[in-house]
Design a protein. Structure first.
Length: 570
């Protein structure tokens, strides 16, 4: 038989041992129970009638709708003051004060950083403005040089060159006239010389003057030719080249201006971005300082938060407690009723569904039974239950209290009885009266011919009783323990838990055996325990529990969450 199948007999063995102890200590003369229970010593009667199938579970009250007050400070901090738990608060009342001394120190440093950032941004902005002005001046100067170059070309083409050309032509005209005069004078002097009125020296002087004027004419003609053919073209090309160079210089000036301006713009943007970051950080620190004082957003009762951990529920919040970011500090229940937060053992998780009716009993309100309804059952086991008991799997569940009262407070302990099914008429016996022998369910029938072993087919079960489908009739008496000297045989060993009807599991045997949910006492309220009569020497089972695999209780107790009986009857 698998480990899971062996563990299913834990609650039964626990009840049998407890029954044996009651038989020894509780039913003796003058002990806990009176002599009226002496009729139950030998066994229990097979009862025919209605049978209620229910699961009983321990839990804790909680507000269905509440405001969670959490630590909004970054990192870790410490609680300095805290409103008393259970006190009534109104909107705006002080709930807690957190240690913000380190944040205040950071704020002072951040204010200095903001001031430095503003100064840096101002300096970079002014340098940017200066460079813009310098760029404008440089561009204007380059544009002016280009304009002057264009004007120089126009001036030359329309003024200088025509004037020079006209001067050259005038010089030729003058040279021609002077040449004519010099020629006339020479010819006249030549006649005078021939007549003896003029000396040869004077004649030679007039000849030289004539030759000089002829040379001057040729020079004037060459100058005009050079001006028209060469100098005009060269001067025009030079002036046009000056215009092109001035245009390129203007383009370079504009590019250089943009390049220089980009650096200053980048510096301004960087300084501005850094200042924004510093101001955002300062604003966040101011906001954090404001969150160090926590005021109540709503009116209600103060309930301290408790954090679940691998070791169970942790210590409540208190002054001096170190908090992490987003950790819950206080909850303030709103109107909207109460719920029960419970944990269901895996053996009963298939039985419980959302919408099932419940009975809720609050320990702080004795004698009152409240109506409830299963609102939620988790699909996955609670991870924190693995640490407290590796063999235990608990599933969180929420039960809505339908008729709660003002006496209910969050955190109160309570028990929940979940009604799974109700059989109008059937046969049932105590769960302690059914044993497994060699893979079969048996009972020991106490009749006129002595004790007989009877194979039975079981049906549904609850914390107290198990339904008998075949093998017994109403009114018969079954023993609560095997006869003296009877040895129960273990069933076949299996690697996996088979389903109903598989080898090693008798038909009708509930998968997992007769395990009780957490908090189940095994007996209805007001009923007294059978003492397991018929057990030799006080009802001890042969071989310890008398069941294969020992008690098989996970975690030692065999009951989820520690295995206390409902209403504290353990």
């Amino acid at each position: 038989m698998s480990k899971k199948k062996k563990n299913s007999f834990g609650p039964v063995a626990f009840t049998i041992v407890l029954g044996g102890a009651l038989a020894v200590y509780g039913f003796g003369p003058g002990e806990w129970f009176g002599a009226e229970e002496q009729a139950l010593v030998n066994g229990a009667e097979v009862v025919e009638g209605p049978m209620k199938i229910s699961v009983t579970q321990r839990g804790e009250l909680s507000a269905k709708n509440s405001v969670q007050i959490r630590n909004q400070l970054e990192g870790r901090t410490t609680i300095l003051t805290l409103a008393p738990e259970g006190s009534k608060v109104e909107v705006g009342d002080l709930l807690a004060e957190l240690d913000i001394s380190s944040i205040v120190e950071r704020k002072v440093q951040q204010e200095i950083a903001v001031q430095n950032g503003r100064a840096q941004l101002t300096a970079d902005t002014q340098r940017h403005e200066i460079q813009e002005s310098q760029n404008e001046s440089d561009i204007k100067a380059a544009e002016q040089r280009l304009e002057f170059a264009r004007q120089d070309l126009d001036k030359y083409v329309e003024g200088d060159y025509p004037q020079e050309l006209e001067s050259a032509l005038e010089a030729i005209t003058l040279a021609k006239e002077e040449l004519e005069q010099a020629k006339s004078k020479w010819e006249y002097s030549k006649g005078l010389n021939e007549e003896g009125f003029l000396t040869f020296t004077e004649l030679e002087s007039d000849w030289l003057a004539f030759q000089r004027r002829e040379i001057n004419l040729k020079q004037a003609e060459r100058a005009q030719k050079l001006l028209a053919i060469y100098k005009n073209k060269r001067d025009t090309d030079q002036l046009e080249a000056d215009i092109e160079e001035a245009g390129r210089e203007l383009a370079r000036t504009r590019l250089q201006a943009r390049a220089r301006l980009v650096d200053f713009e980048a510096a301004v943007q960087t300084s501005s971005a850094k200042l924004n970051l510093e101001e955002d950080e300062l604003s966040k620190l101011n906001d954090q300082i404001g969150k160090g004082t926590i005021l109540s957003p709503e009116a209600g009762l103060v309930v301290y938060a408790r954090e679940a951990s691998r070791w169970g529920q942790g210590d409540p919040i208190a002054e001096g407690t170190e908090l992490r970011e987003r950790q819950e500090i206080i909850s303030i229940p709103r109107s909207g009723g109460m719920i029960v937060e419970a944990s269901l053992h895996e053996s009963v998780i298939k039985k419980v569904k959302a919408g099932m009716a419940c009975k809720v009993r609050v320990e702080a309100i004795p004698g009152s039974v409240f109506e409830g309804e299963v609102a939620f059952v988790s699909m996955l086991p609670d991870s924190t239950s693995f640490w407290s008991n590796p063999n235990q799997r608990l599933f969180k569940a929420e039960i809505q209290v339908l008729n709660g009262t003002e006496e209910m407070r969050p955190g109160m302990s309570c028990s929940v009885e979940i009604l799974v099914d109700e059989i109008a008429k059937t046969l049932f016996v105590p769960v302690q009266a059914v044993f497994q022998n060699g893979g079969k369910n048996i009972c020991f029938l106490d009749g006129p011919d002595g004790v007989q072993e009877v194979e039975v087919t079981t049906g549904k079960d609850n914390d107290v009783s198990v339904e008998i489908l075949e093998g017994l009739t109403g009114g018969q008496v079954v023993l609560m323990a095997p006869p003296a000297g009877f040895q129960l045989k273990p069933g076949p060993v299996e690697t996996e838990t088979p389903g109903e009807g598989a080898e090693g599991v008798p038909p009708g045997m509930p998968e997992g055996g007769f395990q009780r949910p957490e908090g189940g006492s095994g007996y209805p309220e007001g009923a007294r325990r059978p003492d397991g009569g018929g057990r030799p020497e006080g009802g001890a089972r042969p071989g310890g529990s008398g069941r294969p695999g020992g008690s098989g209780r996970p975690g030692g107790s065999g009951r989820p969450g520690g295995g206390q009986d409902r209403e504290g009857k353990d």
